[in-house]
Design a binder for this molecule. Structure first.
Ligand code: ADP
Length: 256
């Protein structure tokens, strides 16, 4: 254990031994603090939509429902905030499941899975006239932890849509290196990009750059934290390359 130092001091003239154990608690204190911060953040993030749902439904019950325009407007807010709440809960559950989930793998056709993810996001892709280009190198069939790889892909592709520009492009390249037994996926967008300072922080839980610049509303600030923690859990690595105003490329590589 790197955090524990054992010192054994022997005095030969006395038939005695002294055992000193020093624990370095810095790391575990840090983890504890991170957990406290996370719970505080979660509570705050959950409270915001709930307060809004409570407030607007009360206003409706107090008479606003008699005005068709107000009714429509407030119901829309209640609906959007409920969707947000669901997304938050899903992301929080994903985060807490990453380490606990089993390590089972299965044979997956990458093209089929990516196609399915893209289909689920078709409405946004079409709405913003985005072009998607896919390319595959090596055998498309790989033995992977499907749930985890899909979680990574889902979050990266969702961001490539949300932080793109109208008429933008998304390039997805899958490299299956059968000699090194590795899978590398590159997701490149022609979107708003991320500044150097923010690149160092976007993987933090709840860190968000500037909501107003995204094509799609919503988002929880947990997507990239989920991606990073899942890639780590698969013993892989994740890199980001971005130019503000020009676009962003995320690359993850995992051993097979
Ligand atoms: P969110 O739910 O806000 O998308 P993420 O953790 O997925 O949360 O991303 C954190 C922040 O990083 C986002 O708020 C956004 O500002 C920035 N970001 C993520 N992906 C991209 C991208 N492909 N292009 C530009 N900015 C991005």
């Amino acid at each position: 254990d790197a955090n524990v130092i054992h010192l054994v001091h022997t005095r030969e003239d006395f038939d005695q031994q002294v055992l000193v154990i020093l624990y370095d608690l810095t790391e575990s204190r840090h983890m504890e603090q991170m957990q406290v911060d996370f719970v505080n953040n979660v509570s705050h993030e959950l409270k915001t939509p709930i307060t809004s749902i409570e407030g607007f439904s009360e206003t409706l019950l107090d008479g606003a429902q008699d005005d068709p325009e107000k009714r429509e407007h407030f119901l829309k807010i209640i609906h959007d905030e409920s969707v947000r709440l669901t997304e938050l809960i899903q992301d929080i559950l994903s985060l807490s499941k990453i380490k606990k989930d089993n390590d089972s793998t299965e044979l997956v056709d990458m093209e089929t899975d990516i196609e399915r993810i893209l289909q689920s996001m078709e409405v946004s892709i079409d709405k913003h006239h985005l072009k998607v280009e896919k390319s595959f190198f090596g055998n498309k069939e790989v033995t992977i932890n499907r749930a985890k790889v899909n979680l990574i892909l889902n979050n990266l592709i969702k961001n490539a849509i949300s932080y793109n520009k109208e008429n933008g492009t998304i390039k997805i390249a899958v490299h299956h290196d059968e000699i090194e037994n590795r899978l590398r996926v590159i997701i490149e967008d022609s979107g708003i990009g991320i500044s150097q300072d923010d690149q160092n922080r976007v993987f933090e839980r709840f860190y968000r750059v500037d909501r107003s610049r995204s094509l799609e509303t919503g988002g929880t600030g947990l997507g990239l934290a989920i991606v990073k923690e899942t890639v780590d859990n698969l013993d892989g690595n994740l890199t980001i390359d971005s130019d503000l105003g020009l676009g962003t490329t995320f690359t993850f590589e995992i051993p097979l």
